[in-house]
Design a protein around this ligand. Structure first.
Ligand SMILES: NC(=O)c1ccc[n+]([C@@H]2O[C@H](COP(=O)([O-])OP(=O)(O)OC[C@H]3O[C@@H](n4cnc5c(N)ncnc54)[C@H](OP(=O)(O)O)[C@@H]3O)[C@@H](O)[C@H]2O)c1
Length: 375
């Protein structure tokens, strides 16, 4: 395996124009072959011919909850899912997959699952010098102790934690926060529409069709989780707010965020199959909220807000001039107030959901691990 780029540059005379170095070969494993994991494999295949760094990546392990492949030789990203489907069924064993990374050169573990068990391992992987790239919000958006363990392990080992896919599906949210902090700014408040599915539902809930019909439509379009109650409960938005606030330097416990769920208790208690027949329970309360908002010329949005001393997630009726009221489709829209941006917030808006943009964010982070010098 070639030496890290930084090491090879050391031999060059001062002022010399350096030839483009061969990209650092890195070994990586992928956990999760659902929408995001599959889109990542497709993206690697598409991008590799035009990005030498992506072409140099060696995929050596892939796993879902049913099957796994771990190989010392590089696997073909284009054919690995077919190969995986032929592998024998087995219990999940992250260590068996990580073993394929070996002990030398840059090693990257990509978490494209929503697994609590894998999220709990992120800090340990970092401590072992393995870069971690995650779409899984349960790492940094879980308990504060886990957040701290991840940050400490990354700082001590020098391994990188790529998290761009966890909030806003790669929109430059975390990157912007970190750039502001690095420039000496202080983040004073954050507000955002952070769920693509809830953004779509709020924008399309116009009273013409019941909310439950819009929910079925959103589900059919693939905008919601397989169980849409996960979106409507606000739990996912809370994780995203925690990641943003913690990244902005505010150590927030999970319990510090008030969450207003849109799911009535009787609907929350039903098994998945029965819940689908009971979405109508959402209609009356949301019709009322819409009616109240429309009477004052306002727009309903599901908003996450943080300011020191208060963090909350819930439905709000916003003035049409409010920076969070605009935006269409599944767009995320986030406002940062800081010392620098104190009168009017810095706004970032764009598609914040979807497997393709999330996969692109994961690959960006993988390549960034190598741009940082590999290891
Ligand atoms: N979809 C999006 O637009 C989007 C956007 C941003 C972030 N995300 C996040 O990205 C992650 C993946 O989302 P998705 O939409 O791809 O979900 P998905 O389609 O449900 O896929 C999840 C994958 O993870 C696998 N998995 C679960 N536990 C595992 C374990 N312990 N070891 C190995 N594999 C495991 C599942 O295995 P099986 O196939 O065996 O079930 C499945 O292949 C989630 O954390 C999600 O919140 C998604």
């Amino acid at each position: 395996m070639s030496a890290p780029a930084a090491a090879r540059n050391e031999a060059a005379p001062r002022g010399a124009v350096l030839p483009r170095l061969a990209p650092v070969a890195a070994r990586m494993v992928l956990f999760g072959t659902g929408q995001v994991g599959s889109a990542l494999l497709q993206r690697i295949v598409r991008v590799a011919p035009r990005t030498p760094e992506a072409a140099a990546l060696q995929l050596v392990g892939v796993a879902n909850t049913r099957r796994r492949i771990a190989s010392r030789a590089a696997l073909d990203p284009a054919g690995v899912l077919a190969q995986l489907s032929l592998a024998g069924a087995c219990a999940t064993d992250a260590e068996a997959v990580l073993g394929a990374l070996g002990d030398e050169g840059p090693r990257i573990a990509i978490d494209a699952s929503g697994s609590e068990g894998l999220a709990a391992c992120h800090a340990d992987w970092l401590a072992r010098g393995i870069h971690v790239v995650s779409a899984n919000k349960l790492g940094q958006g879980g308990p504060l102790s886990r957040w701290r363990a991840i940050r400490t392990a990354a700082a001590q080992s020098g391994a990188r934690y790529g998290d761009a896919a966890t909030v806003g599906a790669g929109l430059p949210l975390l990157r912007t926060l970190r750039a502001l902090l690095a420039g000496g700014d202080r983040i004073e408040a954050i507000a955002g529409v952070l769920s693509g599915s809830l953004a779509w539902l709020c924008a399309n809930h116009d009273g013409v069709r019941p909310f439950s019909a819009r929910l079925r439509e959103a589900r059919a379009l693939g905008y919601t989780e397989p169980d849409p109650r996960e979106d409507l409960s606000g739990a996912d938005v809370r994780r995203k707010l925690l990641i943003l606030a913690r990244s902005a330097g505010h150590a927030l416990e999970e319990s510090a965020v008030e969450v207003q769920s849109l799911v009535p208790a009787p609907l929350a208690e039903l098994p998945l199959v029965e819940s689908e027949q009971a979405y109508g329970m959402l209609d009356a309360p949301l019709r009322l909220r819409l009616h109240e908002a429309q009477q004052t010329g306002r727009r309903l949005r599901y908003v996450a807000r943080f300011e020191p001393g208060r963090a909350r997630v819930g439905l709000e009726a916003l003035d049409t001039a409010d920076p969070l009221a605009a935006g269409g489709g599944c767009d995320n829209r986030v406002a940062f107030w800081s010392e620098r941006y104190s009168e009017r917030p810095l706004l970032i808006q764009g598609p914040g959901a979807g497997a393709a943009v999330t996969a692109a964010a994961l690959l960006d982070d993988v390549l960034q691990c190598l741009a940082d010098g590999g290891r």
